[in-house]
Design a binder for this molecule. Structure first.
Ligand SMILES: O=P(O)(O)OC[C@H]1O[C@H](O)[C@H](O)[C@@H](O)[C@@H]1O
Length: 329
């Protein structure tokens, strides 16, 4: 682990490394705090496992956590962690030569290489890195380096993945920041910002469809890859609204949710396993489909090409929103 940035008496922002032992297995990571929010990142998978509010506001106090992690998640390094923000690289799903679905980055232990805090900006940041090894070369035959920077700034969580080609050959990859959002109840969740967007339905052999709903609601299994308009993707945002905070069907000031913006991640995967798939997953509770939805910032439809010596950056920014005026009602 890199050098810790201890919390001084006067500082509100911090990045504190930790080591947890669970059934003899040690798990390392860092906790970022900026006095408003706290974020836990494991070195295994450079996995953001928690992003929680530290506020006393009622709408946060009753459920401070914004991300979902399964109670059955396996935290011994033998399996990717079910929940949080797994990093899919160098392939999304089975779209590549890797043996494991979603590639190897979420199964590897990354190195914590640095941190930064800035009281004025209300910011705390940590960077992790992962480089190619003989093992990764067997599945993805290129030399690469990944830098992953996680920062909390006020009510924003930014996750930025840099992919550097250290090989003599160009390479291609697909990727996703596979965020699991927590829900009080899935039937009260709405995903907005995809109306009119083309998507492939992974549950119907990749059937091509166009989204016709202003709000995507959930009452069955959903697994879709939306291809957002590249020209608009930097300006538009996706909203994951938790309508349970509404007052008698009327949008209240306390409606809360998350607004997502992305850079260079033009696709959005929307996934909820629903009943049967939930039961088939060993590291996911049978009823937990009611408590989560994945909205994943991704580059899938058009694989990213990186020339030798060049690099690519993809990022997502999540904003914790409680005031309805911030949502595009
Ligand atoms: O079980 P995992 O390998 O973590 O994948 C979980 C899910 O990831 C994505 O959302 C895919 O679109 C789904 O088809 C897949 O089931």
């Amino acid at each position: 682990m890199g050098a810790p940035l201890p919390k001084s008496k006067t500082s509100k922002c911090s990045c504190v490394p930790f080591e947890r032992k669970q059934e003899g297995v040690s798990f390392e990571g860092v906790i970022l705090s900026n006095a408003q929010f706290e974020c836990t990142i494991y070195a295994f998978g450079a996995h953001v496992a928690s992003w929680r509010s530290l506020s006393d506001l009622e709408v946060f106090k009753t459920k401070p956590e914004f991300l979902f992690v399964s109670k059955k998640a396996i935290l011994d390094g033998t399996k990717p962690i079910r929940g949080g923000i797994p990093i899919c690289f160098p392939q999304f799903g089975k779209l590549g030569e890797c043996t494991n679905q979603h590639g190897f980055a979420r199964n590897a232990t990354w190195e914590f290489v640095g941190s930064e805090v800035d009281e004025e900006k209300v910011l705390a940041k940590a960077t992790f890195t992962l480089s190619s090894t003989e093992k990764t070369m067997k599945e993805f035959p290129y030399k690469f380096k990944l830098n992953y920077t996680v920062s909390i700034e006020k009510e924003f969580l930014n996750t930025k993945l840099e992919v550097i080609n250290e090989d003599e050959k160009a390479f291609e990859f697909t990727t996703a920041l596979h965020t699991y959002f927590g829900a009080k109840s899935i039937t009260d969740i709405a995903v907005k910002g995809l109306n009119g967007v083309r998507y492939t339905d992974s549950l119907e052999d990749g059937k091509k469809c166009v989204e016709g709903e202003e709000e995507i609601r959930f009452d069955k299994e959903v697994d879709r890859i939306y291809r957002r308009n590249v020209a608009l993707v930097d300006k538009e945002r996706l909203e994951i609204i938790d309508r349970v905070w509404e007052d008698k069907g009327v949008l209240s000031q306390h409606t809360r949710g998350v607004a997502m913006t992305t850079k260079n991640l033009n696709d959005a995967v929307v996934w909820n396993p629903w009943i049967d798939k939930a039961k088939s997953m060993g590291d996911f509770g049978d009823e937990e489909y009611k408590e989560m939805v994945c909205v994943e910032a991704a580059a899938i439809d058009e694989p990213v090409k990186v020339k030798p010596g060049a690099s690519w950056i993809g990022e997502q920014t999540l904003e914790a929103v409680i005031n309805l005026a911030h949502f595009s009602v």
